[in-house]
Design a protein around this ligand. Structure first.
Ligand code: IPO
Ligand code: ZN
Length: 412
C-alpha cells in the first residue's frame, strides 16, 4: 500500500519519466549500434542473420547474396520518436525499425525473416492489357498530384498520435469518397488501429472476375514525422509521404474517370503510423495473413517527388520479391520506355513493404532516388514542395507506374 502511494506520488512529480512504457522493436545493425550508444536502457533480446539480395554494384540489376544482422530490442517507448530522425541524421541512411505489440512478436519476426519467407502466391506477370493502360496513362495529371501533395502538407503535421494526423485521415477519406461517388464497386473506409488514434484509409475496387477474391494492394503512408514528435511540431512530409498518397489518389481519380473494373480486387491503402515503426501496415498485414486473404502483390510508394539522380526509378532489392521486382521493371520498359531504372538496397524496416514481406506476401518498392542521392529534407520541417521545385513531374512517373501495375496485375 505504502509502495503504491510512493509510486503514485513519484509518478505525479516526475510525469512521463516514471510512466515510461516498454516497446519491442526489430532493427537492422546500424540502427541497433546507434540505439546501443544513445539509449542507455535499451536491452537486446535476440539477433539473427538474414539473407538479402543486393546489387553487385550500386545501380546494377545483377544481384549478389548478402547477410543483414537484425535485432530484437526492448526499449523505452519515449525514445522511439527520435529514432527515425536520428537514423537519418547520424547514419545518413535509410532503414528503419519495426514496432511489435509484444516481445514474443518481435522474436517471431526474427524467426520468419531467418526462414526467408518466399511469397506464397505467384501470379502470372504477363503484360497484356495495353489497351486499358495506354488509354489511362494520358489522363494522369501532374498538376493534380501537386495539389494533393500541397493539401496534405498544409496540415501542421500528420503525426499518427496527434489531432492533426487524425484530421488528415478524415480529410483523405472524404477526398477519396468524393472521387468514387456513384460507383458501387469502389468503396472507401477508415481502418481503426489499436494503440493510436490515426486511422488508415482504404479504398477497395471490387473485382468482377472469377478470381475477385485475389487482391492487389497499392500503398503509401499517410503519417509524417519531424524532430521531437511533439504533437504541434511542423512536419509537412511533402515528399515523405504526401507524394505517395497523392500518386495513389491520382490513380483512383483516373480509374473513376474511366469507370475501370478490374478482374481481381484492388485495394489502395494510405497507412497510418509508418514513421512509428510501420505500425499501421504491421497490423493490416497481420490481419490479412490471419484471415488467409490471397494478396497476390503489394506495391509501396514512399517518396516519389524528389528526383535525386538522372536515373528515374530505383528498385530496392532487399526485403522485396525478386519476381515481382522484375515485373515492375518490365512494366516500366513497356509503358515508360524513356525512364531509366536502377537498383539499390534500402535496409531493414525501411517502409511499409517490409510489413508485407515479413508476412509472406510479394512486395516491391520503386523509389525516387538512389540511396546516395536521396532527399535529406525528410523528417524535418523542410520537407515541403519547395524542395522539389513545386512540381510533380517525378511523382507523375510513379503514378503511371502504379497505374500500369494495378491494371496489369488487376486484370489476370
Ligand atoms: C527512405 C527510404 C529509402 C531511402 I534510400 C531513403 C529514405 C525513407 C524511409 N526510410 C522513410 O522514412 N519512410 O517514411
Ligand atoms: Zn519517413
Amino acid at each position: 500500500m505504502r509502495r503504491t502511494l510512493i509510486a503514485a506520488a513519484l509518478a505525479l512529480a516526475c510525469g512521463p519519466l516514471l510512466a515510461a512504457e516498454s516497446a519491442w522493436i526489430t532493427v537492422g545493425d546500424d540502427a541497433w549500434r546507434l540505439i546501443a550508444a544513445e539509449a542507455a536502457d535499451a536491452r537486446l533480446l535476440s539477433s539473427r542473420e538474414v539473407a538479402v539480395d543486393v546489387p553487385a554494384v550500386r545501380g546494377s540489376a545483377a544481384l549478389v547474396r548478402a547477410v543483414d544482422r537484425v535485432h530484437a530490442v526492448e526499449i523505452d517507448a519515449d525514445w522511439l520518436p527520435r529514432l527515425s530522425v536520428r537514423v537519418h541524421e547520424a547514419l545518413r541512411r535509410c532503414g528503419g525499425f519495426v514496432r511489435h505489440d509484444s516481445p514474443a512478436e518481435a522474436l517471431a519476426e526474427l524467426h520468419r525473416l531467418q526462414g526467408r519467407v518466399e511469397a506464397a502466391l505467384a501470379p502470372s506477370y504477363a503484360i497484356d492489357d495495353a489497351a486499358e493502360v495506354n488509354a489511362s496513362l494520358p489522363l494522369t495529371q501532374d498538376s493534380r498530384i501537386l495539389a494533393t501533395i500541397q493539401r496534405l502538407s498544409d496540415f501542421q503535421n500528420r503525426l499518427y498520435d496527434s489531432s492533426h494526423g487524425v484530421a488528415a485521415s478524415d480529410w483523405l477519406a472524404g477526398e477519396w469518397r468524393g472521387i468514387v461517388a456513384g460507383r458501387s464497386w469502389m468503396k472507401v473506409s477508415q481502418v481503426r488501429h489499436f494503440g493510436w488514434p490515426q486511422k488508415s484509409v482504404k479504398l477497395v475496387i471490387q473485382g468482377s472476375g472469377p478470381n475477385a477474391a485475389e487482391t492487389v494492394v497499392l500503398g503509401a503512408h499517410l503519417d509524417s514525422t519531424a524532430g521531437s514528435g511533439s504533437s504541434e511540431v511542423r512536419a509537412p512530409g511533402a515528399d515523405d509521404d504526401a507524394s505517395g498518397v497523392a500518386a495513389l489518389t491520382e490513380v483512383v481519380r483516373v480509374f473513376a474517370e474511366r469507370n475501370y473494373r478490374p478482374q481481381r480486387t484492388i485495394e489502395l491503402i494510405a497507412y497510418a503510423a509508418e514513421e512509428a515503426g510501420l505500425r499501421g501496415s504491421q497490423q493490416i498485414a497481420k490481419r490479412y495473413q490471419r484471415a488467409g486473404k490471397p494478396v497476390v502483390g503489394v506495391l509501396q510508394l514512399d517518396m516519389t517527388a524528389f528526383q535525386g539522380d538522372a536515373t528515374d526509378l530505383w528498385i530496392f532489392t532487399d526485403y522485396t520479391n525478386a519476381a515481382q521486382n522484375q515485373f515492375v521493371a518490365d512494366l516500366a520498359a513497356a509503358y515508360l520506355p524513356l525512364l531509366g531504372v536502377g537498383y539499390d538496397r534500402c535496409g531493414y524496416g525501411c517502409s511499409d513493404h517490409a510489413s508485407w514481406t515479413g508476412r509472406g506476401f510479394a512486395a516491391s518498392f520503386p523509389f525516387e532516388a538512389s540511396f546516395a542521392h536521396s532527399n535529406h529534407a525528410i523528417h524535418t520541417a523542410n520537407d515541403t514542395t519547395a524542395t522539389f521545385g513545386n512540381q510533380a513531374l517525378h511523382a507523375l512517373k510513379f503514378t503511371q507506374l502504379a497505374l500500369a501495375y494495378a491494371v496489369e496485375l488487376g486484370s489476370d
